[in-house]
Design a protein around this ligand. Sequence first.
Ligand code: GDP
Ligand code: MG
Length: 596
Amino acid sequence: TPPERIRNFCIIAHIDHGKSTLADRMLQITGVVEERAMRAQYLDRMDIERERGITIKAQNVRLPWKVGDEEYVLHLIDTPGHVDFTYEVSRALEACEGAILLVDAAQGIEAQTLANLYLALEKDLTIIPVLNKIDLPAADPDRYAAEIAHIVGCEPEDVLRVSAKTGMGVEALLDEAVKQIPAPQGDADAPARAMIFDSVYDTYRGVVTYIRVVDGRIVPRERIKMMSTGATHELLEVGIVSPEPKPTEGLGVGEVGYLITGVKDVRQSKVGDTVTSQRRGATEPLTGYREPRPMVYSGLYPVDGSQYPDLREALDKLQLNDAALTYEPETSAALGFGFRCGFLGLLHLEITRERLEREFDLDLISTAPNVVYQVTTDDGTEITVTNPSDWPEGKVSEIREPIVKVTILAPSEFVGTIMELCQARRGQLGGMDYLSESRVELRYTMPLAEIIFDFFDALKSRTRGYASLDYEEAGEQVSDLVKVDILLQGEPVDAFSAIVHKDSAYGYGTSMASKLRELIPRQQFEVPIQAAVGSRIIARETIRAIRKDVLAKCYGGDISRKRKLLEKQKEGKKRMKTIGRVDVPQEAFVAALSTE
Ligand code: GDP
Ligand code: MG
C-alpha cells in the first residue's frame, strides 16, 4: 500500500471508557471480523485482560476503509492504558500520526488520559477528540465537549460523538480519521528502519515482534539487525494482522505488521528498538532506546515451599513475554526460598502475581513492595538498595529516593481533602488548574514510595471514587529514611523489615508489632515483639506464655480422637517457621503481609 493511502492511529482512553468496545465496532464495521465470529473485546487476548477489563499488551490491527471511491488502510495500534506501561504507550504513539482521544460522555477526562494526551501532543500527533457512550442516559456530552475543547484547544463542535456499543457515529469517526490524520512519511529508497512497539511471546511461534516501518522495506528471508545490540536474526516471516496474522511479501513505508525470527525471548526483541537490514543497514536508530527499569521491588514466595522450583519455572516462562520483569533468588528466615522481583510499578506487580497464581497454579506470598534507594555510607561507598536487607549496617551519610510528578484530576469540591492527603504523604504542590468550573487538576511532586503503598485507595476513598491519578518519574531527592526491623524474641524477622521516612518509623513499628501479636499464637514462654531502628527499640508488644497441651482438651477417653489431634498438630508443625525459638505458623506471616 502506498503511504498516502495509510493512516496510523491509536486510541487514548481511560480504563472503561470504551476503547476495546470501539475497537470491536471498527473491526465489525470495516468487515474485518465477520458478524458471527465477533466476540466482545476481540483484541484483548490475555484472559486476565478480559477479566480485569484492561489492556496490558498493545495489539494492533489493519482495517480496510473506503472514503468515496478511495480505498485506505487504517492501522489501529492499541496502547496499554496504565501508568506502569508509559514507556510502551510512548512507543506505540511513536508508531502513529494520529490519536483518537476517547472520553466517556458520562465521566469526562481522567488523569491517565490527560497524561497520555500530553505525550501524544509532544509527539505532534493529530488528535481527534471523541465522546463515547452518548447512548447512556447519564451522558452529558455538551458539558464534556466543552471541557475537552478547552484541553485540546478546539471548538466544542469539533468533538465527535459516538456510541461504541451501538455503533452510532463510528463510520463518521473512521471517515474523519482518514481526513484529519496525516499520511505517514518516509524514504522508500533508504535503508530499512522499523520501530518495535510491541513484542509478544507465543508458545508456537516464539517471539512475535510488532513493527512500524519508517523507511525502506522489510522483506521475509533477509537477515535483520536489532540496532540497540547489533544482534542479527533471520527473518522467517513478515505479516499483517487483520484480525488474525497473515504472512505478506513485505512491509513498506508507513506499514504496520509483525516479524517472526525464531527468537525465543522478548528481551532479544525489545520495545523501542529499531530494526534494520543486516546488509546495507541504517546507521542511525529511529529514537533513543530505553531499557525498561524496575521501579518497585517485592519478594515473592510460594506458600508451600515445595513449589519453589515451580515458581522458578513460571518466572522463566513469564519473562519470555515480559522484558520488564526481573528476578533473582532470595531466602528469608520467615518465608523460606523465593525470589526478589523487580516491577515497573504496582499494577505490574499485581498482574504478575495474579498471572503466576492463575496460569501456573501457584499460591504466593509477596512482601511489602519497596522502591530503589541510593545510599552513600560514611566511607563514601555507593549502595543501591532494592531490598531492606541490603541496607548498610553502619552510619550512612546520604540517602536518595525516587520521586514522581503526580497529576490528580478531581471534582473541585475535593481539593482540600486531596491536599491534606498529599501533604501527609510528603507531597510538594507544583500547581493547580481548573479544567472547568467543577473540575480541577492538581500537580504534586512526591516520593514514589508514598504512592506505592495505598495512595490510590486513599485517594479514591476520600473522593468517593471521583479522583484519578497519574504519575511519571521525576528523578530523586535526598530524604531522611531509616530501616525499621521487627524482632521476635530479639531475632529480626526479615520479611517485615521496611525502609520508611523517619517520621513514619514509629507508626510502622507499632502497627506491625500489634498486628503480629494478634496473629502469632502463644508459646510456652513469653515472646517479646519489638520494632527497632538500628539498636534503638521504638515499640514493643508481648505475647504472654501459655502451656499448650492439646491433649488436655480431651479429658481422657476417646483414643482415636487423641490420635487425630496429634496428627493435626504434627501437620501444623510442618507449616511452622521457627524464628529464634518461636514457632510461627506460616499463615501468620501471610496474614500480616496481606492486610492493608
Ligand atoms: P476499555 O477499558 O476502555 O477497553 O473499555 P471497554 O471497551 O472494556 O468498555 C467498558 C465498559 O463500557 C463495558 O462494559 C462496555 O460494554 C461499556 N461501553 C463501552 N462503550 C459503550 C457505549 O458506547 N455505550 C454504553 N452504554 N456502554 C459502553
Ligand atoms: Mg480494554
